[in-house]
Design a protein around this ligand. Structure first.
Ligand code: DLL
Length: 436
């Protein structure tokens, strides 16, 4: 197999050299952090009074973790280190309205993130002769624009198809001879189930690869996609807080994801104690972004659970690999790639006066896609009135949920006392999808 590199020197650098780069960049990030309202209070509180107090990589561990709530509380500008005239782009995390977590990028930050995206694309063996159809949403979500920029930098022809409209997607694949897809695994499975009715056989398509990510999936799902489409599917991991996709990506050998360690410091911790776990042990991924100074973010608790490989990879890259994401250390749900917290749903339904005291959130598969069902109990008097009134409540709950979580769940209304009641801690979420 011919191995392709975007930046061979960095991708194959010795672990010592990578540590040198990390330390050099960490000092710059800490210097930027002192310019933010948030870290300028938090760092002196732990005895770090200037960037010069960072003398070795071990000093990173003196910095407290940053949590998603810190980002929310710092909204909108508490973590901004530069004047907005220096910012060229903002993004937010998928699915969250209300108080989102916002990310700011300067021109240099965007350039560095784009370069990592190009590195990630290249490590799968794709190149400028490929045609990439980007089926992730454009807009505040990072999956669209960040991949777009990276693919352009590689020199690929990019089709900015965005998400949805299956018929059009398949027509584009056929007409433009798309070779690489960027897509969530659930949507790619869904498209396959629609091919017969669209009347476009697979042999009319030129697909070779798919970059799949933004949601958890199992090795079996990857294998299924590969055999259904006769392609290679590469796992892509990222999160908006760290710039989006292009943080860890599978190489041509497809044996878990290389973490770009010159650009991110990865720690795996025990989510209960916050202590580092032993090499190879599963824990929560904690990340420090070394390539973004408009909005520094250090020791960010992703809540994603995974483990690190320390043995070398056949591709020659020295950057350690991460297993696929095995779960979360919080209750965040990912529904067709969109992040949803059960608390957001509760907040909306409990605002509706007709809603009683019990509710349940069901997540299941409907064909290849995820389906979210919100079951709520209504006060008994509601069922004595007209059916129209009940329909109105249903529509209101549905619209308000869409406004809050950006997706429209199915709503089921139940009479009070009919949904299961748990003794002790309520089981609000029933997720019947495949366990990883
Ligand atoms: O999902 C960024 C992205 C876009 C990644 C396109 C890959 C491809 P957020 O909306 O902030 O950003 O959601 C981040 O999604 O913390 C994980 O829980 C989950 N996630 C992302 N990639 C994977 C993956 C984008 N490959 C959250 N496997 C993360 C499992 C993933 N979970």
């Amino acid at each position: 197999m011919e191995i392709r590199y975007w930046n061979k020197e960095v991708e194959t650098a010795s672990p010592e050299r990578i540590k040198e780069i990390q330390l050099e960049r960490l000092k710059k990030i800490v210097a930027a952090a002192f310019k933010t309202q948030f870290y300028s209070k938090r760092l002196p509180a732990v005895g770090i009074n200037s960037p010069d107090d960072i003398k070795s990589l071990d000093d990173l561990r003196r910095i407290p973790f940053t949590m998603k709530d810190d980002l929310r509380q710092s909204y909108p500008k508490g973590l901004l280190a530069v004047d907005t005239s220096e910012v060229v782009r903002i993004h937010t995390s998928s699915g969250t309205t209300g108080i989102p977590t916002v990310i700011y990028l300067s021109a240099n930050d965007l350039n560095a993130a784009t370069d990592l995206m190009a590195r990630s694309i290249t490590c799968t063996g794709a190149d400028k002769t490929d045609i990439l159809q980007n089926m992730m949403s454009y807009g505040m979500f990072t999956g669209g624009l960040c991949m777009h920029y990276g693919a352009e930098r590689v020199g690929m022809m990019v089709i900015p198809a965005a998400s949805g409209n299956t018929k059009r997607q398949v027509q584009l694949m056929k007409d433009f001879r798309t070779t690489v897809l960027h897509v969530t695994p659930s949507y790619l499975l869904h498209i396959h189930s629609k091919l017969p009715e669209l009347g476009i056989p697979l042999k009319d398509l030129a697909l070779k690869k798919a970059f799949i990510g933004a949601e958890p999936h199992s090795e079996n799902t990857r294998k299924k996609l590969e055999s259904l489409y006769n392609i290679d599917a590469y796992n892509s991991y990222g999160l908006s807080e760290m710039n989006g996709p292009g943080i860890a990506f599978e190489c041509q050998y497809k044996k878990d994801l290389h973490f770009w360690e010159d650009s991110y410091i990865v720690e795996i911790i025990n989510p209960k104690t916050g202590e580092l776990v032993k090499d190879g042990e599963q824990g929560e991924v904690v990340l420090t972004n070394l390539i973004r100074s408009a909005m520094p973010l250090m020791r960010y608790r992703t809540r994603d659970l995974a483990y690190l490989h320390t043995e070398p990879c056949e591709c020659g890259r020295t950057h350690r690999r991460m297993s696929r994401i095995m779960g979360r250390s919080d209750d965040m749900l990912i529904i067709n790639g969109v992040n949803v917290f059960p608390s957001q749903i509760e907040e909306v339904i409990m605002r509706v006066p007709e809603v009683g005291t019990n509710y349940q959130i069901l997540v299941e598969k409907q064909g290849a896609l995820d389906r979210l069902v919100v079951k709520v109990e209504l006060y008994p008097k509601m069922f004595l009135g007209e059916a129209k009134q009940i329909e109105q409540v249903k529509a209101r709950i549905s619209d308000e949920l869409k406004a809050s979580i950006t997706i429209k769940p199915a709503i089921e209304l139940h009479e009070q006392g009919t949904l299961p009641v748990s003794e002790g801690k309520a089981v609000r979420v029933v997720d019947t999808r495949e366990k990883l």
